[in-house]
Design a protein around this ligand. Structure first.
Ligand code: HEM
Length: 161
């Protein structure tokens, strides 16, 4: 029987992925409704990965909103990548967790690229819609993974360590 303690790390990462993705989606909504999507510029490397040509821009108004959205992607990235690494190193027997965490990570990479394209195309409606669609897919994947991780806790199928 696997104890709650044994799976604590995986659970923190899986639940953290859900919570951080949810927060980022809400911040993304605020980027749209406050009209801050192009606050870091819209052409060349000055607009992405830099923001108005700076690594850390002057943080105020729309720039603060857009940059917070980008920076928080890092938080989501740490949780999702962490979940995937722990799944591959400690839970290889658990195919569903392996599949869902890997899928989440791949979807996250697509989403980051789409975020870049959203900026470079000056918020093309099709690209922005795709960015929203992939955000929903990512949210679904991390929720499913968290549910799977929770179900496995306490299961005798799990190998400790
Ligand atoms: C896990 C990663 C990300 C998630 C879940 C996410 C999610 C979202 C969501 C839900 C929106 C609102 C979409 C809408 O209501 O139409 C949005 C907007 C936006 N996101 Fe992201 N985003 C992510 C990463 C990024 C990155 C890395 C960038 C890089 C520049 C970016 C740039 C933008 C921009 C510019 C908008 C505004 C689009 C517009 O005004 O039409 N996003 N994001």
């Amino acid at each position: 029987m696997t104890s709650l303690k044994e799976t604590l790390g995986l659970r923190i990462l899986a639940y953290g992925s859900v919570l951080s993705t949810y927060i980022l989606i809400v911040i993304g909504g605020y980027v749209v409704f406050s009209g801050s999507g192009l606050a870091c510029g819209s052409a060349g490397p000055d607009s992405w990965p830099l923001c108005n040509g700076q690594v850390v821009p002057t943080l105020s108004g729309p720039v603060l909103v857009e940059w917070t959205h980008r920076l928080f992607t890092l938080v989501v990235g740490l949780f999702v990548l962490g979940t995937t690494i722990v799944a591959w190193t400690r839970y290889r027997e658990e195919k569903r967790i392996l599949q869902l965490s890997t899928a989440s990570f791949l979807v996250l990479l697509v989403q980051i690229l789409l975020g870049m394209v959203t900026v470079k195309t000056a918020l093309d409606p099709l690209v922005s819609t795709a960015h929203l669609a992939v955000a929903s897919a990512l949210f679904s994947a991390v929720i499913l993974n968290a549910i799977t991780v929770r179900r496995l806790t306490g299961s005798s199928r799990l190998l400790p360590g």
